[in-house]
Each structure stands twice: as C-alpha cells, then as structure tokens.
Design a protein around this ligand. Structure first.
Ligand code: ARG
Length: 430
C-alpha cells in the first residue's frame, strides 16, 4: 500500500524496482524521521493546523515509535515503500484521522531531506570523534618515539633523517586538514530544509524558524528550491570529507605495509594481529592494512559516483536522488570502521630502534655534514661539493649527528600547537 494510492495497485515488478533498498537503508533514518515529524507537528499546532489536544495525542504516539526504534523493534512492513510511509501508516492505524493530519504542509521530498540532514549531522560527529581518537593515539606515539630516528625518503631513495616522532605526528596533523573539510560538510548539512515541501514551498503559513530551532539547525535553508538542491550537494560535501580522511588513512596503511616488509622491518605487530599463508609457513602478513588501504581507495571513489549520479539532473526532486543513500550510507560506516581499526592496530605497534646505525643508511647524513661545515664557515656550495666528492670517491664517513631544532622538525615536533589547532576545529562541531 502506498501513501499515494488512488485506487489502483502498481505492478509488483515496478514497485520492487523503484523501492530498491529503501526498506533496509531507511531504517537508519527512522529515528530522525520521528524527530522531524515531532518538530513539524509542534509547528503545525502553533499555526493552527492541529489543535493542542491533537498534538498531545500525536506526540506520545511518536514517542512510542521512537522507543521501538531505540529498542531495535521497528521495521518497515512488507509492501510499505519507505520509512516515511511506515510511520504515517502506524500513526493512522493507531489514531485514525488525527494520524492523517501530520503530513499537512510537508512532502516526502523535504521529509527525507530533513532526515538526511539530521543523519549526516550525527554521522559526521561520529567520524570526527573517531578521527580525534586516532589523532590522540598518533600524537602519543609521536611523543613516545620522538627520539627514534628512521630514514626519510624522496623518490623512494634514502634522503634525510626522519623519526617516528615526525612520522606519527605527520598523520595526526594531516587529519586536522581533513577535519576542516569535515567541518565544512557539517556546516552544509546543518541547515533546515523542512518547509520546502515538494520543492516549492506551501500555501500554509509554515513557521520555518520554529522547526529550525526545534531541530537545532544553524539556520533554515531559506530558498525552498535551494533547500531541495541540497540533496546531492550535501552528500557530495560529506563524500569529499570522507575522501580526504580516507586518503590520509590509506596513505598511513601503505606506509605500514611497507615498513612491515622484511626489507625494511621498521615496524611490527604481535603475531595475532597478522595473518598467514596457506602454503608459506613463515608468513606474517599485513592483511589488516591491505584491506584498509583497499577500502580507503574505494571510499575516495564515491565522490565520483555521486557527481555522476547527480550530474545534469533537472531542478527539483527526481527519484534518482534516492540512490544516493545506497552510496553514502555504507561509506560513513566503513570509514568509521577503518578509523577504529587503525587506532586498534596502532595501540599494538612495535617500533624498531637504532635503524640508522645500519651502514645502509650512511648517506642519510650527508646534508647534516654539509650543514655542519657551513656552520663552521665554509660556503654552502663548497661544503656541498666537498661532501659530494667524498660520496663519489667512496671516502664519505657520516658523523651520524642530527641537530634539527626548528618548528615542526625532528627535534621540535610542535605537538601541542598541532593539538590546539585540532581542538579549535573540533570545538566548532556543536
Ligand atoms: N524514498 C524516497 C527518496 O529517498 C522518498 C521521497 C519520495 N518522493 C517522491 N516524490 N517519490 O527519495
């Protein structure tokens, strides 16, 4: 049965094709659908479209549905299109005509939009929390291992001294840039589309400021057409933030895979966190980080999927928009899962000491020695040439001394400044 049923049953094949995965995916929207409806009916009462008595009957009935959602008992019945229809049918079955009144001045188009905005607001906050947890883990590791040097590479050739302090700390600071993008997505999501109805407003005198306050949005999405256009646009912003974080995390996963490789051996994990081979008895594989790298690469593709799905759609609601849920819903969960897994793995990471004592890394110190000579008064270009000739003649002997003191370098990680930067971004997610 459809909300829009006018006396004929749509073909079952058509129904199955158009409903798609909504019955499953909409369960994630159920709690927000109730919140949106509660705000909407309070507003309807305030403008005289519902009586106080009717509101007092509807609100507890919605509260009861909210509790069944919370308990996990709520489901969308066979033959019901989506969560919006299910909740309206439940109210109408229970309350008769009063249930039928709640949809005044509203369309499922702005109803699903408001559900999505509330959903994204919560998911974004969950992502921000997971990023914060990983950030703290990375900074703690950075401080713990700040004196352990490792080779820095350019062109994947040994280049200059780096350290585990720099390496862990780099990913922490990189996450703060991603959090900025996430904050932008949060600000775009945190605007109220309710009242845009089918996309062109309503002749009822809807109080959109009231629902904005009740649902704690920053502001209404004022122009009703712009509000409808935000479907797809909000998802794109969220996908860009997901892609930014996934890119950082995928990069970290790649480093770990490489540093775990026997040729490097810079980091390792307890046996039970590695995986084996069915034929090679010696293998301790980094499957966790490989799966993470793969998932993170895939998560970066959803921006394109969304861009293509929404490219050139005519203005106003189009059913194509429903498919956005298939793309973005699994992505938020998958990203959070990857962030939590990275945090779990890093809790157990073991880091190799004295890596640079190996002769393999002698040339890592050439710039240190050039700078030492320059500090003693030799012009930089002459010092460069002197050390360069020693390398060429194979007479170069590294001093193995590393003196980096400037801000953000091996000897001055700026941990607290980076944490302050992160905290100032996080404080803007209300
Ligand atoms: N399931 C639909 C969606 O996600 C709900 C809105 C339906 N609106 C409509 N005009 N058919 O987009």
């Amino acid at each position: 049965m459809q909300l829009w049923n006018k006396g004929f049953e749509p073909d079952k094949l058509i129904e199955k094709f158009t409903v798609g995965k909504d019955q499953e995916l909409d369960l994630r929207l159920a709690k927000y659908d109730v919140q949106g409806s509660m705000a909407h009916i309070k507003m309807l009462e305030s403008i005289g479209l519902l009586t106080k008595e009717e509101l007092d009957i509807l609100l507890p009935a919605l509260e009861e549905i909210a509790q069944s959602i919370e308990k996990g008992d709520f489901k969308i019945d066979e033959g019901v299109e989506d969560v919006h229809s299910q909740i309206e049918f439940m109210l109408t079955n229970k309350l008769g005509d009063i249930g039928k009144k709640i949809h005044s001045g509203r369309s499922r188009n702005d109803q699903v939009l408001v559900d999505l905005k509330l959903f994204f607001r919560d998911e974004i906050k969950k992502i921000a929390e997971a990023c914060d947890k990983l950030f703290v883990r990375l900074q703690n590791l950075s401080e713990e291992h700040k004196d352990k040097l490792m080779p820095g590479y350019t062109h994947l050739q040994i280049a200059m001294p780096s350290s585990f302090g720099l390496w862990f700390g780099a990913y922490a600071e990189s996450l703060t840039d991603d959090l900025q993008i996430l904050l932008a997505a949060y600000k775009i999501a945190n605007q109220n589309p309710l009242g845009s109805a089918a996309g062109y407003g309503s002749s009822f005198p809807l109080d959109r400021e009231m629902t904005t306050n009740l649902l704690h949005f920053d502001n209404p999405h004022y122009n009703v057409v712009a509000a409808q256009m935000s479907r797809g646009k909000t998802e794109k912003a969220v996908a860009a933030a997901i892609a930014a974080i996934a890119s950082t995390l995928g990069h970290l996963a790649m480093d770990v895979c490489m540093w775990m490789c026997g040729n490097f051996g810079f980091v390792s994990f307890p046996d039970e966190l590695t995986t084996g081979s069915s034929i090679m008895p010696h293998k301790k594989n980094p499957d966790v980080f490989e799966i993470m790298r793969g998932k993170c690469n895939r998560l970066q593709s959803i921006q394109n999927e969304i861009a293509l799905l929404t490219a050139n759609l005519p203005l106003g609601y189009n059913r194509d928009l429903q498919l956005l849920k298939d793309i973005i819903f699994p992505a938020t969960s998958e990203l959070i899962e990857c962030l939590e897994m990275a945090d779990f793995m890093l809790e157990h990471i073991r880091v190799k000491s004295d890596i640079l004592d190996d002769k393999l890394y002698d040339y890592i110190f050439t710039v240190e020695d050039v700078n030492r000579l320059a500090n003693q008064g030799m012009p930089f270009r002459d010092a460069y040439k002197k050390v360069g000739m020693e390398v060429q003649n194979k007479t170069y002997k590294p001093t193995r001394e590393v003196h980096h003191t400037h801000l953000g370098s091996v000897g001055n990680l700026a941990t607290s400044q980076i944490a302050a930067k992160k905290n100032s971004i996080l404080s803007q997610f209300k």
